[in-house]
Structure formats: C-alpha cells, structure tokens
Design a protein around this ligand. Structure first.
Ligand code: ZN
Ligand code: ZN
Length: 544
C-alpha cells in the first residue's frame, strides 16, 4: 500500500471557478477516488486562495472589507463542491488561522536559515491615495505588445510577466492619476541558491509531464532571480521579519504553502494532529499536483525551493499534472468579457454528474481543449446517454422482464462470449495503466468503450429475438452483459460516483469492493437485482 498527497490548484476566489479552473479540483477528486478504491492511503487537499491585489481592488471599489467578499465566494464554492460530488479531505482557505501560522513559521525559518534578505526597490506610488501600487494596483500600456490595459504584474494580452515600472503611461487603478516612483524596503527569497538542486531533481524526475519538464528546465537554464516575498498590501498575511511591520507576504508565495497547511488542518480536524507528518515527511509518499500549465513555475520550482529552504525533510512534488487550457468556443475564459461558463451557472444546464463526465472527456492533457455547447450535448447524448445509459438499461430491464429480475445461469461460452469475458477480466488492469500514467481522459474513454462493446454484443445477439428460440444462449448473453454492467459500476466510480451508486443499487450490490474486483464476475446466477431505471436523459442546451 502506498501513501499519497493529492493536491488541486487553489481557486482564486474573486469569483466562483469557471470550468477551466474547476477541472483541477475535479481531477484531484477523480484521482483520489481511484486511489482509495485501490486501497491506497490518501489525503486530498486544497482551498480558496483569497489574498492578493485583485480582491483588494474589488473590495476597495465596492467599499467593503476584502474578507466580506472572500467569505461569500468561499461559502458558495463549498456548496458547489457538494453539488459536483467533489469530496476532498480538506477544502480550506488561506485566511485559515492554521495557514497563517504555518506561513509565518515557515518564513521565520527561512529567515533564520539565511535565505531572506532586504533590498530597496523603486515602486509606483500614488500621491493621491498615499499608497504604493504593487501588482494590479497599477495599469498601463504593455511595453511588449502595446495592450493598453496591462496590469502591473502581467499583460493579459501577450501573457508576459511585467515589472510595474515597465508600464508605459501607468495609472493608479483607484484614482486614475499618474503615479510617482518611491523607494521601499522589501524582503527577498534567495531562490538562485536552489537552482542546481532543482535542476537535478527536475531532470531526474521522469514522472513530470513534458510541458512541466520542458518549461521548468528552460527556466532553470536561464538562471533564477531572487523573488520579492513582501508587498506593501494590507490584505494578506503579515510578514514575520524584523522591521517588516505593515508589509504582507506576496500572495503567490503563501498560497502554494497551503498544500501543507491544509494537510495540517486536516490532521487537527481528524483528531490526529501529527498525522500530516506521515504524509509530508514520509519517505515514499507520492506528492501529486493537478494544476494548469500557467502555474508550472510555482509548483515545480518555487514551492519545492521554499520547502527545501526549511531544511526539513519534506516530500517534494512528484507528479505535477499540468493541463493545457480549456478554451470557450476558441477563446480564453474571461470574467470581464463574460466569455466562458462558471460552475454555478453550469448547473442550470445539466446536473453536476454530467459536467464531471464532459470535463474529463475534454480534459486538455496534451493540447488545449475547446468547450462548445454543441460538443457538450454530443458528449452527453451520444456517450453518457446512448453508449453507457442504454447498455446498462437494456441489460437490466431485460433481466427484470425476462428472467424475473434474477441473474440467469450461463450455458457453454462460444467464441464471442469468451471475448467479452476476456474484456471484463482485463479491464481493471488496462484502465489502471492509463490512470497510473495520469491519463484521466483516456481512462474514461476506455471505460465508455467497454459500454459500447456491450451494446454491440447485445445488438449482435439480439436476445429479444433469441429468447424465442434459444433460452440457454439468451441466458448466457444476459449473464455476461450483467457482469459487464457490474464491472462498469466499479470502473466508473472515480469519475461518476453518483451514477456508480445508482448502478450499484439497481444491481443490488454493496459498496464493499475494490478496483480489481471489476475484473471478477461478482453477480452469481440466482442473485436478484432491483428494478432498472434510466441513468441519464438527453440534453438540449439553449443558451440565451
Ligand atoms: Zn503585452
Ligand atoms: Zn490613486
């Protein structure tokens, strides 16, 4: 048995997540369910990322405390996670006292270990608002592409990371005036000290996907720069360094620490406060992250460097499953331009279970995925409803009607029967190989292929005609088809837990089973099943 920490990227809570962010939470949930079914020891954690300038800007504009905004969105997300059946061991937030304490202790350790130093930096300063304008408190024209709404930390048009002083015609986001430049003392993390160690570990980690590996190696080859840890922001975690009163820790450099603090909080809540150490300091623990490709540097370079700088024996990220982007009708999701689908609205069009299916079916594992409503309908109607739903329903209603809801005794198997028997027996191993390689999408496709195969088998056999002439052969067909339904119940359960539960109820089976049981014939002849009801319905989406 192995030990696993499953981490999903922390959604930034200036709004509820859109589909592109939600997919990381979903992937973590699917993977944790899969591992548990295999009998592994797992904690799955993440939470709301709530500090930083975008939320502070919105709060100042609305004249409310930032915490009021994040309380609202955080609570909303917790409810939505339930609606999508996302069951993590801890979904917390960066305002959690455990996170704040952990972050301050970690940076104190880094300071004592000599990895933190001060430097004076020139920053834009608004004379009207009497404040420094870090990150998104200043906007202007991008020096690289000429985009006029570039933010102080990044240009949303060309994607380049910016220094606020690089902006052409900078303006304060609050009062629109032109900022002056003022010097301020900041605390820096000596990231270059970790360059060689990181280079070796990234190079040797064969588990990393191509995109994460190549991106990180390129970054490391170019050489690392020290990172400013502090900000002149009020909304954030107070910096614990001597003389740093009034400064907070840069949001990116504390949210990544949430993986550890969320595990500590999980351990405290579960009444075994030291249990998190078994995971984070346990040799052989596999530390898995589900993130988007834009977060690669923070997870493959900065987070491991921060952990190493403590000199404690932390388990570093082993797999960083970094998906490409999901586009919406070919465009990037954008809250301000109302392009995309957010997970609260999504439920108006279809139940959470349908979204779980479609999102994994389009999970952008090797290249950008594209969400369109047309494709959404096609996945639900042709795959969930026609392939999976129909196979299960046809099989079970036939047993209800022709065999008095009792699994029939099989006769002698012919070649076709042997083939389907073979498919069932090898399915858990075959699909596990895909999931062990973090190919969640291919794993799901292979599972649906099994249902298609089952449909084909039924269509070729035509038990509805066969029953008039050959009762034994019909019984064999339905015996085998029902075993395939019971295999699907297990193989689907990481992806579609609710559907799996409904199949289980219809088969009259218990949840006491594991992954490899999917290859066994669990339904004995004579076992009584319940009445079949359709699993899905077709959807037609009218987006106004
Ligand atoms: Zn630009
Ligand atoms: Zn101003």
């Amino acid at each position: 048995m192995g030990r696993w920490i499953i981490n999903a990227a922390w959604p930034y809570v200036n709004s509820v997540p859109h589909l592109g962010t939600f997919i990381h939470l979903l992937s973590a949930d699917v993977y944790a369910r899969y591992l548990r079914l295999k009998g592994e020891e797992v904690i799955a954690v993440t939470g709301s990322d709530e500090h930083g300038t975008p939320i502070e800007v919105e709060a100042i504009r609305n004249g409310v405390p930032p915490r009021q905004l994040t309380d609202r969105v955080h609570n909303q997300i917790c409810e939505l996670l339930d609606a999508y059946n996302i069951r993590l061991d801890n979904y917390t937030r960066t305002e959690s006292p455990v996170h704040i304490k952990y972050t301050q202790e970690l940076y104190t350790k880094l300071y004592n270990n000599g990895y933190i130093y001060t430097q004076n930096v020139n920053l834009p300063y608004c004379e009207v608002d009497k404040r420094f304008l870090p990150d998104r408190f200043v906007e202007g024209t991008c020096p690289h592409c000429g985009f006029e709404q570039a933010r102080g930390d990044q240009c949303d048009s060309c994607g380049r990371v910016l220094d606020p002083l690089e902006l052409i015609r900078p303006r304060c986001v609050f009062c629109n005036s032109t900022p002056t430049v003022k010097s301020s003392t900041h605390w820096f993390f000596d990231l270059p000290k970790f360059r060689d160690k990181l280079y070796t570990s990234v190079k040797e980690n064969k588990q990393l996907p191509e995109n994460a590996r190549n991106f990180s190696l390129r970054w490391l080859e170019e050489g690392l720069k020290p990172r400013a840890v502090t900000r002149d922001n009020k909304w954030g975690i107070p910096a614990p360094f001597p003389g740093a009163e009034g400064k907070t820790i840069y949001v990116w450099l504390e949210a990544v620490l949430g993986y550890v603090s969320a595990s500590i909080e999980w351990a405290e809540k579960s009444g075994r406060p030291e249990a998190w150490r078994d995971f984070w300091f346990g040799e052989g623990t596999r530390n898995v992250h589900f993130i988007g490709k834009d977060n690669i540097p923070f997870h493959v370079i900065i987070f491991p460097a921060l952990l190493q700088a403590t000199h404690d024996p932390y388990v570093l990220p082993w797999q960083v499953s970094s998906t490409e982007f999901i586009l919406f009708d070919g465009q990037k999701f954008s809250k301000s331009n109302k392009i995309g689908v957010w997970i609260d609205d999504a439920l108006k069009y279809a139940p959470g279970e349908y979204w779980r299916y479609v999102l994994i079916a389009i999970r952008p594992e090797t290249r950008d995925g594209n969400f369109t409503w047309h494709e959404f309908e096609a996945h639900v109607n042709a795959e969930l409803n026609d392939a999976l739903g129909n196979f299960v329903h046809r099989t079970l209603t036939f047993i209800n009607n022709q065999f008095e809801s009792t699994i029939p005794s099989p006769g002698k198997l012919d070649e076709k029967d042997e083939q389907i028997k073979n498919e069932i027996e090898h399915a858990p191993e075959k699909i596990a190989l895909l999931l062990d390689g973090f190919q969640l999408r291919s794993g799901l496709a292979a599972t649906i292929d099994l249902a298609r195969y089952g449909n084909q088998y039924l269509s070729e056999r035509e038990p509805w005609h066969l029953i008039k002439t050959d009762h034994v052969k019909t019984a064999t067909t339905l015996y085998l088809a029902s075993q395939l339904v019971s295999a699907l119940e297990i193989l689907l359960s990481p992806y579609l837990p609710e559907t799996s539960q409904r199949i289980r109820d219809q088969l009259n089976l218990t949840a006491n089973r594991n992954w490899s049981d999917a290859g066994k014939f669990r339904l004995e002849a004579g076992h009584r099943i319940a009445k079949a009801t359709p699993l899905f319905h077709k959807v037609k989406v009218n987006v106004s």
